[in-house]
Write a protein that binds this ligand. Structure first.
Ligand code: ADE
Length: 211
């Protein structure tokens, strides 16, 4: 079972899923309508979304976020911030968008998982939840794991190696584990790993260094 699945069973976190359609007021359970001003797609209605939101007890609503490619891009720093919240309500959009008046009236924070467009916000919500849940106390076995990993110090993580020390690939090419990692000198190992982290970040994500 996944870490987040086990943590759910343990009661470390819990969730309720709300179907916006259950809060529509016509027999077709309509939740959207055409955009004022014209254009493609449909827009989720502010009144229906508010009905859905108010169905959540006030004490459970917590921070309100809307998964949207227009939002601030999720990064580890923001994930950490989200984990400080006791409750979070995540709105997953479909169609073209959400009536802006709902977002304004309820001070909804828009969050994107990257510069691409999904057909709905649900996968983005699952990614956001998973990134948060693994940081909750007791979810990861080894408390140190989250401290060393990519982004926790603004850099990408150094490379890992395990047994066997010498490995021959299918093209008969030999690959050894770097000597420094087998030498047992912790200061040298740390220095090597830090240098690797920095070089990898410079090569793959120079934008992180600028931050
Ligand atoms: N919904 C559609 N695209 C999205 C994205 N990139 N991030 C968050 N929610 C989305």
């Amino acid at each position: 079972m996944s870490l987040s699945g086990r943590a759910l069973e343990n009661g470390t976190w819990s969730y309720d899923a709300i179907n916006i359609r259950d809060h529509a007021h016509d027999k077709h359970q309509t939740v959207d309508d055409t955009p004022y001003g014209g254009g493609a797609g449909m827009v989720l209605r502010a009144d229906i979304l508010e009905n859905a939101l108010l169905s959540i007890p006030e004490s459970k609503r917590g921070k309100l976020i809307y998964m949207s490619p227009r939002g601030r891009v999720l990064d580890q720093c923001y994930v950490q911030k989200l984990t400080q919240e006791d409750n979070i309500t995540i709105l997953c959009g479909r169609y073209e968008g959400v009536d802006q008046r709902f977002l304004d009236a309820h001070k909804v924070e828009e969050v994107s998982i990257g510069d691409y467009v999904l057909s709905g916000g649900e996968p983005a919500a699952i990614i956001t939840m998973d990134a948060c849940i693994r940081l909750l106390d007791g979810v990861m076995g080894n408390a140190d794991t989250a401290g060393d990993e990519s982004f926790s110090n603004g850099l990408l993580e150094y490379p890992h190696y395990t047994k066997p020390a010498a490995w021959t690939d299918c093209d008969k090419k030999n690959h050894d584990v770097p000597d420094v990692l087998r030498g047992g000198n912790h200061a040298e190992i740390k220095e090597w790993r830090d240098a690797q982290s920095l070089a990898l970040t410079q090569d793959r994500r120079p934008d992180l260094l600028k931050k």
